[in-house]
Ligand binder design. Structure first.
Ligand code: CTP
Length: 398
């Protein structure tokens, strides 16, 4: 239940505003303290008075109005919130937040809050499906904002399609789910590596691999949401760094090694999801190599094995590695777990279609020092990140 929780409800201007009255009422019934902020256009659909009566709190609309209650000014509301619920989230308000525009009380408060923020889009179908709106939603999702999916049906504008505000109970479920999120990594420093390394051949070419970085980024996002202080050492990727994660970008394995070692002593947990190149060109040509004969030979030399080194230096850290294999998954993973002195290894069969390298889903086996093996079914990398953290949390308590 929501007893004692502070929920700030941001109401933007759309026909669905009248349904938000019921949401506020239900939140109150579940015991939450509800503070409503409306945009000027939302106040054209339903009066602030209605929300004031239902919430039992003053309603803020105009940022510049004289206020008799300084406790409701935007920074105060932003920091008091356990959860920020924005409903209906119009295309306009989503666009503003995604682009850092804070020009009224509602957008200013959203910008200032560090609370989990749930946006409930509701708008005309074509507006919702507009690639600009979709890109803004993707961007905000990658930054850690939460969204509900609109329902399909007959819209107020007379069009049949996706865009309706979900039923109150769906929104309340999501609110409860977000507020019961675990905070089990508060005070823990987690170092995560992600993505593939690039080993320079000459100024324009490199040896790389197919790693997208998605698994490492999903772990960073989940860990920060669970209260950890997260440092992400990332190879080159196009992914957006999750909100609250400190990132350092690296290119080569040697560069990654330096960055990882600089943070190692101070880390409680290290998760090495990066696909590190095992070999690099012995010499990097100073100038672009010109096309000459039929065959070009490159001599490769071994890169440092970062995880092996971490295992040798291990003091108090919980050390977690990955094993990407195409055959004899468990055997190879067990060997790496022992040789690199790990506490846990996540073994992926990267030969399976649709999972692993560069995919959105993963199938893995989790192996531990004492010989236990957890077999995880196919799931999204986001869900797998949560399961891996659950297991790491158990290892931390040992
Ligand atoms: N790893 C590392 N440094 C390397 C190679 C790998 O830190 N030079 C780490 C990876 O980040 C991963 C684990 O070691 O967590 C296993 O990586 P993987 O490529 O599966 O194994 P390798 O040890 O490189 O062995 P092989 O390539 O022979 O399978």
């Amino acid at each position: 239940m929501l007893k004692g929780k502070n929920i700030v409800v941001g109401v933007a201007g759309g026909i669905a505003v009248y349904k938000v009255v019921d949401i506020v009422s239900q939140l109150k019934k579940q015991g939450a303290n509800v503070y409503v902020i409306m945009t000027q256009s939302a106040a054209n659909f339903v009066t602030p008075l209605t929300f004031r009566e239902i919430s039992g709190q003053p309603v803020t609309v105009d940022m510049w109005a004289e206020t008799t209650n300084w406790n409701v000014e935007h920074i105060s509301l932003a920091s008091r919130a356990d959860l920020f619920l924005l409903a209906p989230a119009t295309g306009n308000i989503i666009g503003k937040i995604a682009n850092g525009i804070a020009d009224d009380m509602l957008t200013t408060t959203v910008m200032a809050t560090t609370a989990p923020t749930l946006l409930v889009p509701a708008m005309n179908t074509n507006m919702y499906l507009n690639p600009i709106v979709q890109k803004n939603i993707d961007k905000l999702t990658a930054l850690g904002y939460h969204f509900t999916k609109p329902e399909s049906g007959m819209l107020a504008c007379g069009v049949e399609g996706i865009g309706r505000l979900p039923e109150t109970k769906v929104i309340l479920n999501k609110v409860n789910q977000l507020l019961s999120q675990k905070n089990d990594f508060v005070g823990k420093k987690i170092l995560i590596t992600a993505g593939g390394t690039q080993e320079a051949i000459d100024p324009v070419r490199y040896i790389g691999n197919r790693s997208s970085g998605k698994m490492g980024y999903a772990l960073a996002s989940a860990a920060v949401a669970r209260g950890a202080m997260v440092t992400l050492i990332s190879g080159p990727t196009h992914l957006i760094v999750p909100c609250g994660v400190k990132v350092e970008y690296v290119e080569s394995a040697a560069h990654m090694r330096e960055a990882v070692l600089a943070h190692y002593a101070d880390s409680d947990i290290v998760i090495k999801a990066a696909a590190v190149a095992d070999y690099r060109p012995q010499n990097t040509a100073e100038h672009k190599i010109k096309k000459t004969g039929e065959i070009l030979q490159l001599t490769l030399e071994k890169n440092p094995d970062i995880l092996l080194e971490l295992g040798q230096l291990k003091a108090h850290q919980v050390l977690v590695g990955f094993a990407a294999e195409t055959q004899q998954l468990v055997l190879h993973a067990q060997e790496k777990l022992a040789r690199k002195n790990l506490d846990m290894i996540i073994a992926n069969d990267v030969s399976m279609p649709g999972v692993g390298f560069n995919a959105d889903n993963n199938i893995a086996k989790l192996l531990y020092r004492d010989g236990r093996i957890d077999e995880l079914p196919k799931m999204s990398k986001e869900n797998m990140a949560e399961v891996i953290l659950d297991k790491i949390h158990i290892e931390c308590r040992k």
